[in-house]
Design a protein. Structure first.
Length: 406
């Protein structure tokens, strides 16, 4: 069948096609009126900056805190603060709180009052997404507009409450640990100071060359930096793969510092670099004095670092401020999100038009078969008669069974 013949057949049967479209459109409109309505409320949340994601951790000091901040992406497989927020929002802890606060079990008549079934129902109503700028969008669909807004805002408040509680708990644990360690270092610092003073008095050491003293001070400072980087490396080893680029960089830094410090103590590599002396070539009394002096300076550096961490932990423990920024609070929507009646009617009409046109073209094709392909037409007629016989036989069996039952 060529194009003109097809168009001619469609025009001849246009009343049938249009009537079919009209009937299907009316039925689709009726069905859309019977479908339950849903309303969608939206809330948008801006995550904290990447250097303090979710308020759960922050910089412990200028050195180690900055290192950990840069390592965080590698540890969590490239995850951002927004990804972590979406994970928390979809957790059972937050969703169960929303279910209880918004009476989901009572409003949706969850069978047997099951909390887990209510959580699954809430999950089907909730959509979480992350925008290009890292903005987290929370969309909740409910039967009533006020319910949708209430649940979306409940998500936001429970997220903030969870982060505050976690932040304060981590701060308390950190404070207890650092406080204990600070006491130990303070005792060791007093012992080292007394040991240095008594050794100096016992051996009559009045003064030591400032260059040597400066070299020891630098050694202690570098050793403190080595301890920080070793701590970062241990964190990475427990949370990332061996081939992680950040771990490779951290290992290289630790190895370089170890070689440098070994050289200052008289090792084979880079002996005396930048200071022009090897500590193992000094007189025994002076070398012992400098060893104790280095231990004292190292403890002072450690005490300073721990005290910074202790003060920060106290701030984290006492902080009860909002951890997220709410860009848009959810408000009851004015229009329903489902069903989209116009779209349903339009899709049904187009589908009906396509089916009706296809039926007309197929019918026209079969009508022309006896003239164009007699053998094919005869085969189809045979198939048609067989199908009719099968249908007639099936109807007779049904009638007999019905009569017997009566």
């Amino acid at each position: 069948m060529n194009l003109p013949d097809a168009l001619n057949a469609l025009l001849r049967r246009r009343k049938f096609i249009l009537l079919n479209v009209l009937v299907v459109a009316v039925l689709a409109a009726g069905v859309s009126l019977l479908l339950p309505q849903r309303f969608a409320a939206t809330a948008r949340v801006l995550p904290p900056p990447e250097d303090d994601p979710l308020g759960l951790t922050a910089q412990l000091s200028v050195g180690i805190g900055g290192q950990l901040g840069r390592l965080r992406a590698g540890m969590f497989g490239g995850g951002t603060a927004s990804d972590l927020m979406v994970g928390i929002l979809s957790s059972n802890t937050v969703m169960e709180s929303v279910v209880v606060q918004c009476s989901v079990i009572q409003r949706y008549r969850v069978r047997r009052g099951s909390l887990q079934e209510a959580v699954r129902e809430l999950g089907r109503m909730t959509g979480l997404s992350i925008g290009d700028e890292g903005i987290v969008t929370i969309v909740v669909e409910a039967r009533r507009p006020e319910w949708a807004a209430e649940m979306a805002n409940s998500y936001v408040s429970n997220l903030d409450a969870f982060l505050r509680s976690s932040n304060m708990s981590r701060g308390r644990n950190m404070r207890v640990f650092v406080e204990r360690r600070l006491e130990e270092v303070a005792q060791a610092l007093d012992s080292a100071r007394e040991s240095l003073t008594s050794y100096q008095v016992r051996h009559g050491l009045v003064a030591v060359d400032e260059q040597v003293k400066g070299a020891v001070t630098s050694y202690a400072s570098l050793h403190s930096s080595l301890l920080e980087r070793q701590a970062v490396l241990r964190v990475l080893e427990s949370a990332s793969s061996f081939e992680n680029p950040l771990m490779v960089s951290a290992r290289a830094e630790v190895s370089a510092l170890e070689r440098y410090l070994d050289g200052m103590l008289g090792g084979k590599d880079r002996a005396g670099v930048a200071f022009g002396l090897k500590l193992d070539t000094l007189p025994v009394v002076v070398a012992e004095y400098l060893r104790r002096y280095a231990e004292l300076v190292l403890l002072q550096e450690t005490h300073t670092l721990l005290y910074q961490q202790y003060e920060h932990a106290r701030i984290m423990e006492a902080r009860d401020t909002p951890t997220i920024t709410v860009l848009d609070h959810a408000v009851p929507p004015e229009r329903r999100s489902f069903p989209k009646r116009l779209l349903i009617v339009l899709i049904a009409s187009v589908f009906s038009l396509a089916v009706g046109s296809s039926y007309v073209l197929v019918e026209e094709r079969f009508a022309r078969l006896p003239l164009t392909h007699p053998q094919v037409a005869e085969s189809w007629m045979l198939v048609r008669r067989q199908l009719a016989e099968m249908a007639s036989s099936l109807l007779r069996r049904l009638r007999r069974r019905t009569s017997r039952e009566r």
